[in-house]
Design a protein. Structure first.
Length: 215
């Protein structure tokens, strides 16, 4: 059985948890939600949720930024460190992209307009970088995504490549080249697994099952 760590914050609603579970299970991956290390699992999924603590990137908390969940930030930081040391596959979604960026030394824009559209399936297009892992997975350089965030990556973390952007320049995907699989997207593919977004979870499963020598 392929298993992946799926940490959440204490206040994450059951409805949101369920969408990640379902997307993973549809791809043949079993989520492990109550976990403190990556022993016995094959990789890590950093899910959406509350805003990342601005103190982690040397900033003060602005008016639109939520109260930090420092317990979640600490747990995800430890799990991400372990995954990177062991070269385990990592998939980040929404907050997961932002946390990956911050953890690798990047910063965030604490509030942006026009990107928080809950329940809307298609909000805006993105341009995907040629030659990127994301292009190889989705099979296109032009894609339409949903959008449910009010923060965004600003300065990129060490080693990260921006591989998709929205028309207004907002970062929509980050990758860590040279790794077995480290990919993060700003939209929510877990809620659209009836379409092309399912390919992201299928690619994640392939990386999880391929073994540490795969690139």
């Amino acid at each position: 059985m392929i298993r992946v760590a799926l940490p959440f914050g204490i206040g994450t609603p059951e409805e949101k948890r369920g969408s990640y579970r379902n997307a993973l299970r549809q791809a043949g991956i079993e989520p492990a939600e109550t976990i403190t290390d990556l022993g016995g699992v094959d990789g890590l999924l950093l899910a959406g949720g509350t805003d990342v603590d601005p103190a982690l990137y040397g900033a003060g908390r602005e008016a639109d930024t939520e109260e930090p969940d420092r317990v979640r930030d600490g747990l995800e930081g430890a799990l991400l460190d372990e995954a990177l040391v062991r070269d385990l596959p990592v998939l980040g979604i929404c907050r997961g992209l932002q946390f990956l960026n911050v953890h690798l030394g990047g910063t965030l824009r604490q509030h942006i307009d026009g990107h928080k559209c809950p329940k809307v399936r298609e909000v805006h297009g993105i341009a995907i970088a040629p030659g990127s892992r994301l292009e190889a997975i989705l099979g296109t350089r032009v894609y339409v995504v949903n959008s449910r965030h009010h923060q965004a990556a600003d300065r990129s973390g060490t080693g990260l490549a921006v591989t998709a952007t929205a028309p207004d320049g907002v970062v929509e995907a980050l990758e860590l080249p040279g790794r077995r699989f480290v990919l993060a997207v700003q939209w929510h593919p877990e809620s659209r697994t009836d379409g092309t977004d399912a390919k992201l979870f299928e690619a994640f499963r392939k990386a999880l099952s391929a073994g540490p020598s795969a690139r």
